[in-house]
Design a protein around this ligand. Structure first.
Ligand code: G1P
Length: 293
């Protein structure tokens, strides 16, 4: 049996209105950070954590995501005939051999908890991961979800990625309360979705990485609409706390909120500075761009 996290769910049914008109036709998750779509970075992170079954929760406007991970026969055939071996390799590298994709349709936008619940029959009884591709996390050594797999192997139960957020921005996040048990680990005693700053138990916000036990599906099925009138994953995790350990993990790496323009642009610049094709020239041109603005 393969160890590690085999199944990862990607809730990608959101509208992406903050990026209109770019997202009128193109799903937000296919917008590129340098030359890789946001969803590709998320998939690569899942695969690095051991996943071999990728479950995308989509809606009818997100079918292009399935096309991205499909074989592009005409493109590959042309590249073979032109002997463009490196490009062929790039085109084929979107999905490593042995990794399967499954698409589940969320018919109504009832919230993140509902989106995750849509994946229930595919996940079955295993622990599983959730990646929200908007939360782009970069670490040069070990991608965030793989770090969390190592943590979860030690402490069991549920592990969520957390980081300190601006105190005035707590109403954008799930916020945890709890006691630090290790330098990067907090045993969660409560979790609340999008509290106002004056009601937030801390400033530790959940960012889009979760390792969850299958039990969460039963809890989600009983969860009634919460913050914003939506079925919240946070509320099901709150119910889980009574039954099993829930930990917040302060990951290594830098997180960019690619759900908004600024975060997306920052991620693009940061990754262009990591990319050997662009890093040196960008370093040279950035000061000029800054002084011209
Ligand atoms: C979701 C979760 C929230 C979490 C956030 C991280 O909110 O509900 O708990 O902190 O993702 O990005 P959303 O951003 O979908 O409103």
């Amino acid at each position: 049996m393969k160890l590690g996290l085999r199944k990862v769910v990607f809730p990608v049914a959101g509208l992406g209105t903050r990026f209109l008109p770019a997202t009128k036709v193109v799903p937000k998750e296919l917008l590129p950070i340098v030359d890789r779509p946001l969803i590709q970075w998320a998939v690569d992170e899942a695969v690095a954590a051991g996943a071999d079954t990728l479950i995308f929760v989509i809606n009818r406007n997100k079918r292009a995501i399935a096309d991205h991970f499909d074989v592009a026969y005409e493109l590959e055939d042309t590249l073979v005939r032109r002997e463009k071996h490196e490009l062929l390799q790039v085109a084929r590298s979107v999905l490593p051999a042995g990794v399967e994709t499954v698409y589940v349709v969320q018919q109504q936008a009832l919230g993140l908890g509902h989106a995750v619940l849509c994946a229930r029959s595919v996940v079955g009884d295993d622990d599983f991961g959730v990646i929200l591709p908007d939360d782009f996390i970069f670490d040069r050594n070990t991608p965030a979800l793989a770090q969390m797999v190592q943590v979860q192997a030690r402490v069991g139960g549920c592990v969520v990625a957390v980081e300190p957020v601006e105190p005035q921005l707590t109403s954008r996040y799930g916020i945890i309360d709890g006691k630090a048990t290790e330098e990067q680990l907090i045993r969660v005693s409560s979790i609340v979705e999008k509290p106002k700053p004056e009601e937030a138990p801390s400033n530790l916000g959940v960012v889009g990485r979760y390792i969850l036990p299958a039990r969460v599906f039963e809890l989600l099925a009983e969860t009634t609409p919460g913050a914003g009138g939506e079925i919240q994953l946070t509320d099901a995790i709150a119910a889980l706390i009574a039954e099993q350990p829930v930990h917040g993990y302060r990951f290594n790496g830098r997180r960019f909120d690619c759900g908004n323009k600024l975060g997306f642009v920052e991620a693009t610049v940061a990754m262009a500075l990591e990319d050997p094709d662009t890093a040196a020239s960008l370093r040279q041109s950035l000061p000029g761009l800054l002084s011209a603005s």
